[in-house]
Design a protein around this ligand. Structure first.
Ligand SMILES: Nc1nc2c(ncn2[C@@H]2O[C@H](COP(=O)(O)OP(=O)(O)OP(=O)(O)O)[C@@H](O)[C@H]2O)c(=O)[nH]1
Ligand SMILES: [Mg+2]
Length: 387
């Protein structure tokens, strides 16, 4: 095995040097940024050729490395793109960033382990390993990621025409994977949505804000919209819906029980769209959830389960179980702007076997909402759209 340090003004320049010296089979062992380096050698990459995975590589403690900002240690990474290091020291965001990258690196290793573990139905190609890593980093569950790639392998894996001597092209596997995801994701289009739409979900996920965004969107396409709030539990909750109603110039009814809800629904019978907001309920509050569910039984229409994108897999599952009695017809994911772990969206769809409805991506009413699409989800997971 040969190990050598390479330098460049950025990662790509250093990678070029590695490629020239070691070819395509080089392995990146360590990347760091040198604060004291000349501009043309700011990024330092330790690379190896004929690397033995059993060998432990020690971090060198020399002036160059200690003065630089360690960025990421990736063991047995094939020679692919390396993200630019973030050149700052001990502030919280920088440390947080570094932790995120280290976590991503560990996830990547997990992916590679999975690939090498025999669970992989024979697809040990680097392009597949890289796609698996990306799905895991975005928090797609290991089982779903593995299943998707197995299906992709069945589709393209046997084609020798598609395989180059060094393995499958990364972009080819990614495109096939994106296609697979898109075909599996169902979306409840606006035209199929019922006249009455109810939002349910855990506390603080953005139900009321989303209701206002939806009300504005439906009104913008010519619907006469009315709002109902079944939310008398939280102090100020009714005031929030009333204020949105005032701003959007729509009638609002605040109700506290089944009878009140039925009366409000009847009074809005002439409206094209009735949007029903509900009080957020913790999934630990079994009594409160059951009571809300009982009240909502009188509503005929669509019920969207509102969840934040980036929800941990265990929490996601727990929410799906506890909101199952509400008979939800689609999932709505909020706060896409607050995470990069969009895997929970795909996990949610697969576990709940429900279509997607909308995504929200910010606090601004009415702007920060979009109709969900399978292409958008594939892009969130795989970065398929340039720019
Ligand atoms: N970043 C971000 N914040 C959002 C988004 N949607 C809502 N919020 C914020 O989330 C917070 C809670 O929003 P609400 O609409 O009151 O949430 P809720 O689900 O109705 O809350 P409860 O009725 O108490 O259960 C507010 O600060 C919103 O501005 C979003 O897409 N992105
Ligand atoms: Mg609310």
């Amino acid at each position: 095995m040969r190990i050598k340090r390479f330098y460049g003004k950025n990662s790509n320049a250093a990678l070029k040097e590695i490629k020239l010296a070691f070819g395509d089979n080089a392995v990146i062992l360590e990347t760091s940024q040198r604060d004291d380096g000349a501009p043309e050698s700011r990024v330092e990459i330790l690379a190896a050729i004929d690397y033995d995975p059993g060998l432990k590589v020690e971090r060198k403690v020399g002036p160059q490395v200690t003065r630089g900002t360690p960025v990421e240690v990736v063991v047995r990474e094939p020679l692919v793109e390396v993200r630019e290091p973030t050149p700052v020291a001990n502030s919280f965001p920088a440390d947080y960033d570094r932790l995120q990258r280290e976590l991503a690196s560990v996830k990547g290793m997990m992916g590679r382990l999975l690939v090498g573990s025999g669970l992989n139905e024979g697809w040990s190609d680097p392009a597949f390993a890289e796609c698996l890593t990306q799905l895991l980093v975005r928090k797609v569950s290991a089982e779903i990621a593995h299943d998707l790639l197995t299906q992709v392998h069945l589709e393209i894996g046997s084609s020798s025409a598609l395989k180059r001597s060094e393995g499958f092209a990364r972009e080819l596997v990614k495109a096939a994977l994106a296609g697979k995801i898109m075909r599996q994701v169902k979306v409840r289009g606006r035209a199929e949505m019922a006249r009455v739409i109810t939002l349910v979900g855990p506390t603080g996920v953005g139900k009321t804000t989303t209701l206002a965004k939806l009300a504005s969107a439906f009104s913008g396409q010519g619907d006469r919209v009315a709002l109902i709030s079944v939310d008398t539990y939280r102090l100020g909750a009714a005031a929030q819906t009333l204020e949105y109603g005032r701003r959007l110039q729509m009638p609002v009814e605040i109700v506290k029980d089944r009878k009140g809800l039925l009366a409000a629904l009847n009074s809005f019978a002439g409206f094209d769209r009735v949007l029903v907001d509900t009080m957020g309920r913790s999934i630990r509050d079994h009594k409160g959830l059951a009571e809300l569910c009982r009240v909502l039984k009188v509503v005929v229409g669509d019920t969207f389960l509102v969840l934040t994108a980036g929800l941990q897999e265990e929490d996601l599952l727990e929410n799906l179980v506890h909101f199952r009695p509400f008979g939800c017809s689609a999932l709505l994911f909020t706060k896409l702007d607050e995470t990069s772990c969009y895997g929970s969206i795909l996990n949610g769809l697969r576990y709940a076997r429900m279509p997607l409805s909308f995504f929200t991506n910010g606090q601004k009413v009415p702007d920060d909402i979009e109709i969900a699409s399978s292409e958008r989800l594939a892009d969130l997971l795989l970065d398929i759209v340039d720019g």
